[in-house]
Write a protein that binds this ligand. Structure first.
Ligand code: FES
Ligand code: FES
Length: 167
């Protein structure tokens, strides 16, 4: 067993873990943070995306021991005092989800994009989210939601240049 100390969504956890334990299993099974889903066993779907030390990672490709000393943010750590972030609000307002299974990963990946490129164009959004699969939405409204945040129109319902995005 290995000792780890990791901050997750603002709380410090000290734990003994098996060296082979994946971060996603640590989050879900040990910490009970089931807001980060598992959607595949091939590292393809991106549903398990979290932030580790400021960069988005697929938590099924990272060992819990690799997060030792690190800071992890999951989708459950985004809202503060019950207030959604702009991205969460935009996904809701712009109908960027149906079943919602991909949504945590989409939001975490989009957050990473907007941190690095606050004004992406539609193609840049698509490129940034290409590692995240959605079986329901056809992606259009997901791209629109991210662009709405980039244009500062997350929850206004106002038309954005994203309205022009086509398949
Ligand atoms: Fe599919 Fe991690 S669960 S990429
Ligand atoms: Fe169902 Fe994306 S909303 S997988």
């Amino acid at each position: 067993m290995a000792h780890i100390s990791v901050t997750v969504d603002g709380t410090v956890y000290e734990d003994e873990v098996e060296p082979r334990l994946l971060l996603v299993h640590y989050l879900r099974d040990r910490l009970g943070l089931t807001g980060t889903p598992i959607g595949c066993d091939t590292s393809n779907c991106g549903t398990c995306t979290v932030e580790l030390d400021g960069a988005s990672v697929k938590s099924c490709t990272v060992l819990a021991v690799q997060a030792d000393g690190g800071v992890v943010t999951t989708v459950q750590g985004l809202a503060k005092d019950g207030e959604w972030t702009d991205l969460q609000r935009a996904f809701h307002e712009r109908h960027a989800l149906q079943c919602g299974y991909c949504t945590p990963g989409m939001i975490m990946a989009a957050r990473d994009l907007l941190r690095e490129n606050p004004r992406p164009g539609p193609d840049e959004v698509r490129k940034a989210l290409e590692g995240n699969l959605c079986r329901c939405t056809g992606y259009q409204n997901i791209v629109r939601a991210v662009l709405a945040v980039a244009e500062g129109k997350a929850a206004s319902g106002e038309r954005t240049s994203a309205q022009e995005v086509t398949a």
